[in-house]
Ligand binder design. Structure first.
Ligand code: SF4
Length: 652
């Protein structure tokens, strides 16, 4: 069946909406393929506005991996702003892809990548605009399979009613495996309709299909058990782990945005996973083990990506980039290669140690020394032991001292508020640290214009972390502590004016907490919020706490649970958690022990440099830590003179 572009109908309406360029498509390195000759068609969605969604690495990687196969077609779609939604509804224009402006409802599969749970209401808008029934059980063979991925998919239960399927972990291989299943099923004439297709996906063991699992509850509201209701589907669904990153050097051709976006640079992921063991960090826990890209692949990716896109800024990405075993060689090699060119390099690493400053010095050879960011996360030494962030005050002062001595004028420090066992003193300790940072900066640089910006995020307990059992702090307590901190900084005559304080109020974190650790009953709340106008909940100007509170009260009125039950309640060891049937590889007993260690303020080392401490991931997933050094060198780049190449090799 021919699928027409919606653009001729859309174009005359664009002058009426904000930033119309975001809906136009045609970016450098975007792809439009023939519809009819493609056997499997994916619409890939990032459920936020184009300016946030376009730079998303996960979507860009899958877009390219899928489109490289001649039998697969993949296009992108983003959340449309409320003004555009209005225009689309008034003109009966369905949710469309930006590549060929095809209706999302015509694709075989809609893959949605969730980095944050606050994007859930945007999923409902997109489904509704696409003409896809919100509830999976109401969909027919005419509708795409709606599949979630990304970090939030490690507990997709709050949106289980709206999803046909979810995948956990790295997407590169599994999207191809899913495509194969769809291709085969279609080639057979789509036997058994979407139910059979979903069954085949579920039976593969790597795709979670919520409708094949029943949840039973205890009278007090806790979960009694989650069990498959179809023979042939596994009791537990496991995450996917890509073991050889060098074999998957994506994105090869980064998309170049047409409209302004939050990042305008080419990012190369230098390793995946993190074993530092910060107890609050879901990303670190669920992406284990560490798998490094080799220095040579990194060098090739940087060069090829710059050539393919024209970007002049390159970010070396990962959860803790300074931890790459050959980061010194990578930084020096790239800095040498691009010395004197327009290419600027950055390492958005936040590790607190002086080596990080050395790396930043190296990478900033072509640029300005404006600001450096470090993340102690906890204000007091005690707090940092609880969260397993092994940074002493001495480490921090030594690090900032090196930074200021090397000409950096501004240091940014990241902290969290609302952490388990936190007291007012732990948060007020942030002001003391900031004062010491300024004092050190003035002393080593001999200047008065030293700045320190303190940025504070609200802590949200996340599934598959040791804090998954913790009580979330109430927003009232978080706001009260932050107010005390602000007062302490303002009242400081000697240093207060040199310290900038940035934070958000605590209410959005409570809703993020509800959505992070919620179960299937929370789906009713999300739907009620959406029906009441909830959109773009990750944006403070669109977020309404009252709307969520009202929806919780209404949608959960018949249940023995409420907003507090999901958020500020501590869970017991034996309680069945909504995500217990979803396997991130971490051993539940190890997570519990780590939670107890947190309460006892006991730290755990990084298994990259110490023996394995049995978190369970490697044996359960059949994986291993993969770190260098490889002893390789960056390859000289084509187009550089022979003499310069030899100089580069001699130096590296
Ligand atoms: S199983 Fe051992 S080596 Fe593997 S990530 Fe866990 S602690 Fe590290």
């Amino acid at each position: 069946m021919a699928v027409e572009s919606l653009f001729p109908r859309l174009e005359p309406l664009l002058p009426a909406v904000q930033k119309p360029i975001q809906y136009v498509g045609g970016e450098l390195n975007s792809t439009v393929k023939d519809w009819d000759s493609s056997e499997v068609r994916w619409a890939l969605m990032y459920p936020d506005a184009y300016e946030v969604g376009l730079p998303n690495q996960g979507v860009q990687i899958l877009y390219e991996v899928l489109n490289e196969r001649d039998w697969i077609l993949a296009e992108r779609t983003y959340a449309v702003w409320p003004d555009m939604e209005k225009v689309m509804r008034a003109n009966a224009i369905p949710q469309f892809t930006v590549d060929a402006h095809r209706p999302v409802g015509a694709f075989d599969i809609l893959g949605v990548s969730f980095s944050t749970e606050l994007g859930y209401t945007n999923l409902l808008t997109a489904l509704d605009l696409a003409g896809i029934p919100l509830e999976a059980r109401e969909r027919t063979d005419e509708h795409p399979i709606v599949l979630a991925g990304g970090h939030s998919a490690f507990n997709p239960e709050p949106i289980a009613d709206f999803l046909d399927a979810a995948v956990l972990g790295d997407g590169e291989e599994v999207v191809l495996a899913i495509s194969e299943v769809i291709r085969e099923w279609k080639a057979e004439g789509s036997p058994g309709g979407r139910d059979e297709l979903l069954f085949r996906l579920a039976a593969s063991g790597g795709v979670y299909v919520p409708k094949f699992y029943d949840v039973e509850y205890l009278p007090d509201g806790r979960i009694k058990r989650v069990a498959p209701n179809r023979s042939g589907v596994p009791w537990r669904v496991v995450k996917h782990t890509l073991m050889d990153l060098d074999q998957w050097p994506y994105p090869k051709k980064p998309l170049v945005p047409l409209a302004e976006t939050v990042h305008e640079r080419f990012s190369v992921e230098i390793f995946r996973g993190c074993t530092r063991g910060c107890r609050f960090c879901q990303a670190g826990m669920i992406t284990r083990p560490v798998r490094e890209r080799s220095i040579r692949t990194i060098g090739d990716m940087v060069q090829n990506g710059i050539e393919a896109s024209g970007f002049e800024e390159v970010g070396l990405l990962s959860l803790s980039s300074a931890d790459h075993s050959e980061i010194g060689e990578v930084a020096k090699g790239l800095a040498d290669r691009y010395d004197g060119s327009n290419v600027s390099l950055s390492l958005p690493s936040t590790r607190v140690d002086a080596f990080n400053v050395t790396l930043a010095n190296e990478l900033s050879r072509n640029g300005r020394r404006s600001g450096l960011t470090f993340a102690p996360e906890g204000g007091s030494e005690r707090m940092r032991k609880v969260i397993n962030k092994m940074v002493s005050e001495e480490d921090l002062i030594r690090t900032v001292s090196t930074a200021y001595a090397n000409g950096w004028r501004q240091v940014k420090l990241y902290f969290m508020c609302g952490l388990p066992t936190e007291s007012d003193e732990d948060v007020l300790a942030i002001a003391d640290l900031a004062r010491k940072v300024i004092a050190t900066g003035r002393e080593v640089s001999g200047r008065k214009d030293i700045r320190c910006t303190v940025s504070i995020g609200g802590f949200v307990p996340k599934p598959h972390t040791p804090f998954q059992w913790a009580a979330q702090e109430s927003w009232e307590n978080v706001d009260a502590r932050l107010a005390k901190l602000r007062a302490a900084i303002r009242e400081d005559r000697a240093y207060g004016k040199s310290i900038g304080l940035r934070y958000h109020d605590g209410q959005p974190s409570v809703i993020e907490g509800l959505l992070s650790r919620g179960d299937r009953r929370v789906g009713r709340v999300i739907r009620a919020v959406w029906a009441d106008g909830g959109r773009f909940d990750g944006w403070s100007e669109h977020f309404s706490y009252d709307r969520w509170v009202t929806a919780c009260a209404d949608a959960l009125a018949e249940e023995p649970v409420d907003l507090d039950w999901y958020t500020t309640r501590e869970r017991g060891e034996t309680e069945v958690l909504p995500w217990d049937h979803l396997d991130a590889g971490l051993d539940r007993e190890w997570l519990w022990e780590d939670w107890q260690d947190a309460l006892d303020e006991v730290e755990v080392e990084d298994c990259r440099w110490t023996p394995c401490f049995d978190c369970g991931v490697c044996p359960q997933m059949g994986t291993e830590i993969q770190v260098g050094p490889t002893g390789q060198q960056l390859l000289p780049i084509v187009g550089v003179s022979q003499t310069r190449q030899q100089e580069l090799i001699a130096q590296s």
